[in-house]
Design a binder for this molecule. Structure first.
Ligand code: HEC
Length: 115
């Protein structure tokens, strides 16, 4: 009985660890990214695949596809309040995304770039 228990425990932690390692690398948490985008009002001006005042996220993904500095540029875009040009011609500072955890921010950027 004891032996079986400790085997199960080992198996559990091995699975947990491999899951954690995998997700720490490349996997995007789509639900978390969407939730953050929603909560930050991104969808007011961006559709996933539909232009609103801002370009569709799929368009931005295509634009940055071949750019090795894509994530860096988007991080700058989302944290600096740089000037954004609206379709009606006016310009205003782009929304600054505020999150406590850099991982959440990087996850949102990785999601947009994955589209
Ligand atoms: C008030 C409207 C508005 C909100 C809210 C908004 N954006 Fe934008 N966004 C724009 C506009 C307009 C542009 C186009 C800027 C330009 O081309 O100068 C833009 C551009 C972008 C781009 C493309 C940048 C590039 O360099 O091509 C990304 C990615 C983006 N926004 C992501 C987001 C995210 C993520 C959020 C939520 C934190 C967000 N936006 C919130 C209006 C908005």
């Amino acid at each position: 009985m004891k032996l079986a228990q400790s085997f199960c425990l080992k198996l559990f932690f091995t699975l947990l660890l491999s899951h954690y390692c995998l997700s720490a690398h490349a996997e995007v948490d789509v639900d978390a990214a969407k939730a953050l985008a929603k909560q930050s009002n991104c969808f007011r001006c961006h559709g996933v695949d539909k232009d609103k005042d801002g370009p569709a996220f799929t368009k931005s993904a295509a634009k940055f596809k071949a750019d090795p500095k894509a994530a860096e540029k988007l991080l700058h875009h989302l944290t600096s309040g740089e000037t954004a040009k609206f379709p009606d011609g006016h310009e205003e500072a782009h929304t600054i995304l505020k999150v406590d955890d850099a991982k959440e921010m990087n996850n949102l950027i990785a999601w947009i770039l994955s589209l």
